[in-house]
Design a binder for this molecule. Structure first.
Ligand SMILES: Nc1ncnc2c1ncn2[C@@H]1O[C@H](COP(=O)(O)OP(=O)(O)OP(=O)(O)O)[C@@H](O)[C@H]1O
Length: 522
């Protein structure tokens, strides 16, 4: 099998004009370059407006519900890096989930894209969501991750050189070029975050949502990531991220801030206008105090709950746009005129939600599955060992039972034990391993990399050879040790039923693993 990473390497070093990039990459990298990708967004920037957003979650059977967002409003202007800030539990991630379309149940209110009501299929084509935890394929190198993502996210009409150029451009700009051959699981926190962004940049989204991109990073990595987001935003993208409590220097890198407290908006506007806003509201920021710290203290209620009420009323829960830099913010009508429906018709072309056809998704996912299985053979070895050991145990317990007519009941017991083994061992392994994959699956599927059908078929196919081999070994051991009649037809039937049982058990395992997020401690 041709490795995806090898393809990239080949394409990266192919044309002579790439030499300059390779030289630059060999120089020691001080900080993320992020001067701007060569590929700027091809369509006009996007304006997002949201009105009266509510979000209610059910707390469980007979426990009622809880409202997280209380009718918040806001405007996210294009070419801006917007930070959603607020104390822990204020509803930042929930608001981001709602705006990105990740959360739809229990959500009220409306989201408008360029003055028109959001149509989810169209919106998902222009946006991406990068969750707080970096959901990466740790066993694959940076270039393999990028190559596989490019094969899934870029049109199949592009050849490997064109895809390689896209990847090279992104990796160079994000300061990951020299780590191309490092496995994602071995990257530092900042590099992993940049790789998460790099993967989503492949199809050049106009809108990017990032949940806490700075959490867990040191101050230098934090500013690298935020500077990167800033330069991407200034190229014509709308970038929204949640942040906890940025330092004064980090805070200054954001163009706009949206402050939340207990699901309500305290302020939205430019970072520079925050201090004048607080002055006007009668809660001036003390001298030499980081305004970001001060507003979070206010939002936490450290200066009294009345201050939260005061600021929410002054910001009209996000309706006030007076603290934006632009004097002339276009109305919804003006935005609709700027973006006529005829332009949207062009954007809407393309049938499926995913970028590439199902056959391509399937082949790329299978390639990835086999590569992962080859890199980490623990599960494969474990399954083989379990089948050999249990086979010998059952064979010894029921030795020669097939030959002796007085031991008919024992044969029933043996069959029952075999069925239990074929049900329980693959099911338990799947239940324990699938939840770790599930988070990656939900991210990639949400960001339109592939359909759930392609994913399911690919994992079943990747798993099939090992299921067949382990089932065959087990069947041979048990069948011969228990002295069952040595007839091809009988053995084939026994083996086929065993294999079907294993496949059904695996499907049950996937279902249970997806429904109950079983966490395995390491
Ligand atoms: N599915 C849910 N069921 C019950 N409560 C929930 C659910 N989702 C969120 N919440 C609650 O809603 C509130 C807001 O959660 P959210 O994750 O949006 O906060 P946050 O501002 O992002 O916090 P943090 O900065 O700590 O991540 C929290 O009190 C949280 O416990």
């Amino acid at each position: 099998m041709m490795l995806a990473g090898a393809q990239i390497e080949e394409s990266v070093s192919y044309t002579p004009e790439k030499a300059s990039v390779s030289i630059a990459a060999k120089e020691p990298q001080k900080h993320v370059v992020a001067q701007g990708l060569t590929r700027v967004p091809s369509t006009d920037p996007v304006d997002i407006q949201f009105t009266n957003i509510t979000c209610t979650v059910r707390l469980g059977f007979n426990k009622g519900s809880k409202q997280i967002l209380h009718g918040v409003n806001g405007r996210l202007r294009p070419k801006q890096l917007v930070a959603i800030m607020g104390p822990s539990g204020a509803g930042k991630s929930t608001l981001l989930d709602v705006l990105s379309g990740y959360r739809v149940t229990g959500v009220g209110g409306a989201v408008f894209i360029n003055g028109r009501g959001r149509i989810m299929k169209r919106f998902k084509k222009m946006s991406c969501y990068i969750q707080q935890d970096d959901r990466l394929q740790g066993l694959l190198t940076v270039s393999e991750n990028m190559a596989l993502a490019a094969q899934l996210k870029l049109s199949t009409k592009l050849d490997k050189y064109e895809k390689g150029e896209v990847i090279e451009d992104i990796l160079t700009n994000l300061g990951l070029y020299e780590h191309m051959n490092t496995r994602a699981g071995q990257l530092s926190g900042g590099q992993r975050k940049r790789l998460s962004i790099a993967l989503e940049l492949i199809n050049n989204p106009l809108i990017m949502f990032l949940d806490e991109p700075t959490t867990g990073l040191d101050s230098s990595s934090c500013s690298q990531v935020v500077q990167l987001c800033q330069s991407l935003a200034h190229q014509g993208r709308t970038i929204v991220c949640t942040v906890h409590q940025p330092s004064a220097s980090l805070f200054a890198l954001f163009d706009h801030v949206y402050i939340l407290a207990a699901g309500q908006c305290l302020y939205q506007g430019t970072t520079k206008n925050l201090v004048p806003y607080l002055d006007q509201a009668g809660v001036p920021c003390p001298m030499y105090h980081n305004p970001a710290d001060y507003i979070i203290e206010l939002a936490c209620g450290e200066y009294g709950e009345d201050k939260i009420k005061l600021l929410t009323t002054k910001a009209e829960n996000g309706r006030v746009l007076d603290y934006f830099d632009e004097t002339d913010i276009p109305s919804m009508e003006a935005l609709r005129k700027q973006n006529p429906l005829s332009v949207l018709r062009e954007q809407d072309t393309g049938s499926g939600t995913e970028e590439t056809p199902q056959s391509n998704q399937l082949s790329v996912l299978m390639k990835r599955g086999f590569l992962k299985a080859k890199r980490d053979a623990t599960m494969t070895h474990l399954r083989l060992i379990v089948n050999v050991v249990v086979g010998i145990m059952l064979g010894s317990l029921f030795i020669n039972a097939g030959n002796d007519s007085s031991r008919v009941l024992e044969n029933y017991n043996l069959l029952f034990a075999i069925l239990m083994h074929h049900m329980m061992s693959p099911m338990m392994l799947t239940i324990l391993t699938f939840p770790a994959e599930m988070s990656i699956l939900s991210k990639e599927h949400f960001n339109r990399w592939y359909s759930l059908g392609s994913y399911y078929i690919s994992i079943t196919v990747v798993d099939l050879p090992i299921s067949i081999v382990s089932c065959a070994i087990f069947s041979v051991i048990v069948y011969t040790m228990s002295s069952q009649p040595l007839e091809v037809a009988r053995f084939s039937m026994f083996f086929a039923i065993s294999l079907y049982t294993v496949l059904v058990a695996q499907s049950f395992g996937l279902m249970i693993g997806a429904a109950f997020n079983v966490v395995v401690s390491t």
